[in-house]
Design a protein around this ligand. Structure first.
Ligand code: ATP
Ligand code: MG
Length: 558
């Protein structure tokens, strides 16, 4: 059997987590007839974020590892906050992450008829009733941790009356909020969720798929288990806050006597320096703190994609983080490590100067083409030609007139190696009337040509450069963390913790000439500066815009 093979394989290759252990055991006992079927159930009320990516990787990974199935299901039971824009972005993001739902894009709202019938069934069984208390009154009568709740005065309505009222609710005969359908469970239960929870609310609102067909909408607790059951899900994996909803999940499905998946909870992903609540992300977008859901500073999948993250890196990150049963704050450095690790192998190298300082090579004439390695991690990527001339740009920060000790780059009278080129010596420093350094006059040593020079001269510093007349102009956007504190979500005034310097725009960076032909989403390592990605939003035929994906640990500077 395929599954058995996979299990053997997994024993060797997969980091075990407790969910895999549960599934292994289920396969052993044949609990689900050998089936594994998971789902990712987003509510289409915002764009997906890195926490959702974690859940997608987990659910899809399980389906893949056990030759099972994975559904993308929209939990679209709340007409007021949901939009088709969100549905489309979610489909794009899940596909981009590589989670294969085949043809199964499903919608909870497509099951509204079935859910309605099941609710009628519970009424007939005496397990649900129409209640006339307002939302406020229901909340007040719920009781406290130490006191049981108060039973609704409508709790003992007859089955006939309940059926009649529920039908009238469905037919739109009552205004919003005037009645609910509640499960008849136990107002004295120590678990609040079991104190006659609401199953349906009256909401006269247009639904993105159902139009005006419905004016009663199911609550999450009622709908979710039904959706799982209808789809034949085996393991319904959700985050820890649903742990004390599980008795209700089980109660509904048992009361109906229908197919009953197992709910399993794991700890949600929290990332340092990041807010993850959709409500807050929506606020950042709506109030203009960021440039849309796909702003490269956002923790959304679309933001990371625009910034230059790869699906491989996000999947690896999800794998490294693992699956826990206790909430924790994951260090954002781990995500950055994952992207660096991936781009190190996949991104070609290039030279770019962000803050140019002009260098004249006084003893060089004409032009020369030098050879540069495209990716030292992969010799198959070959080499490219980089033009060298007597007028170059180097980074302003690579020269210091009064250097501190240990500064190994260019100084007056000092020497430095130009990457892939020659060792140059700074002979003269030209300043403007304000005393700022505007140009360096240097000489080069022809015997020190990179790779083939005969000189044995050694210098400590190696810097990047581009030839002035060949350089391509670009805008480069550098990002810092969006928040200044480690756990902004825990702050009362979280908006005041936004980093005012999270975006720095450099309008006239100078790039190596081959970068003239880049296309949106192309990714490169700019030597010594980090990994960069061509922006999909602002790049035009006339203007190249690069986003810095992540900084680099410089390994060859010294
Ligand atoms: P809300 O319900 O407040 O709108 P949500 O983040 O729970 O927000 P859903 O659309 O309900 O959004 O989430 C879809 C799935 O993603 C759920 O199964 C949920 O458990 C999972 N999920 C959401 N946030 C995280 C997270 N930070 N880490 C892991 N999984 C998450
Ligand atoms: Mg949710």
């Amino acid at each position: 059997m395929a599954n058995t093979n996979r299990q053997n394989e997994l024993k060797e290759s997969k980091p075990k987590n407790f969910i895999y252990e549960i599934i292994d055991e289920d396969l052993k006992t044949n609990k689900w007839g050998g089936k594994v079927h998971t789902r990712f159930p987003p509510e289409p009320n915002g764009y997906l974020h890195i926490g959702h990516a974690k859940s997608i990787c987990l659910n899809y990974g399980i389906a893949r590892d056990y030759n099972g199935k994975f559904n993308l299901r929209f939990d679209d039971t709340n007409p007021e906050k949901e939009e088709t824009e969100y549905v489309e972005s979610i489909i794009e993001d899940v596909k981009w992450l590589g989670a294969d739902f085949e043809d199964r894009i499903l919608y909870g709202s497509d099951y509204f008829d079935q859910m309605y019938e099941w609710a009628v069934d519970l009424i007939k069984k005496g397990k649900a009733y129409v209640c006339d208390l307002t939302a406020d009154e229901i909340r007040k009568s719920r009781g406290t941790l130490t006191e049981s709740g108060e039973e609704s005065p409508y709790r003992d309505r007859s089955v006939e009356e309940n059926l009649d009222l529920f039908e009238k609710m469905k037919n739109g005969e009552f205004p919003n909020g005037s009645k609910t359908l509640r499960a008849k469970i136990d107002m004295a239960s120590p678990n609040f969720n079991m104190r006659d929870p609401v199953m349906y609310r009256i909401v006269h609102a247009e639904h993105h798929r159902q139009g005006n067909k419905w004016c009663i909408y199911p609550t999450y607790d009622w709908a979710h288990g039904n959706e799982d059951s209808i789809e034949g899900i085996t393991h319904s994996i959700c985050t820890l806050e649903f742990e004390n909803h599980r008795p209700l999940y089980d109660w509904f499905l048992d009361a109906l006597g229908v197919y009953h998946p197992q709910q399993i909870e794991f700890a949600r992903l929290n990332l340092s320096y990041t807010v993850m609540s959709k409500r807050r992300l929506l606020q950042l977008v709506k109030e203009g703190y960021v440039d849309g859901w796909d702003d490269p500073r956002m923790p959304t999948i679309s933001g990371y994609r625009r910034r230059g993250y790869t699906p491989e890196a996000i999947r690896n990150f999800a794998e490294i983080v693992g699956v826990a049963k206790r909430d924790a704050l994951t260090d954002i450095a781990l995500l950055e490590y994952s992207i660096r690790d991936d781009l190190n192998k996949s991104a070609n190298r290039a030279m770019a100067v962000l803050n140019p300082l002009k260098v004249i090579i006084t003893n060089f004439e004409g032009e020369e083409e030098l050879e540069a390695v495209n990716n030292p991690e992969d010799p198959n990527r070959g080499t490219r030609k980089v033009p060298f001339s007597n007028e170059l740009y180097i980074e302003q920060t690579d020269f210091m007139a009064n250097p501190p000790k240990g500064f190994h780059r260019l100084v007056p009278g000092g020497e430095v190696r130009l990457r892939y080129a020659y060792i140059i010596k700074c002979e003269e420093v030209i300043k403007n009337e304000k005393g700022e350094v505007v140009e360096l006059r240097c000489t080069y040593d022809p015997e020190t040509k990179s790779g083939i020079g005969t000189s044995t001269k050694k210098v400590k510093g190696v810097i990047h450069w581009v030839s002035t007349n060949h350089a391509v102009d670009a805008e480069v956007r550098l990002y810092d963390r969006l928040f200044t504190v480690e756990n902004p979500g825990a702050e009362e005034d979280w908006l005041s913790k936004i980093n005012p310097n999270s975006l720095e725009i450099i309008s006239s960076a100078k790039l190596e000439p081959f970068l003239k032909a880049v296309k949106p989403s192309d990714k490169f390592q700019f030597e010594r500066l980090g990994y960069f990605c061509v922006d999909t939003k602002y790049t035009t035929d006339d203007k190249i815009v690069f986003n810095r994906t992540v900084t680099l640990k410089d390994s060859w500077k010294k």
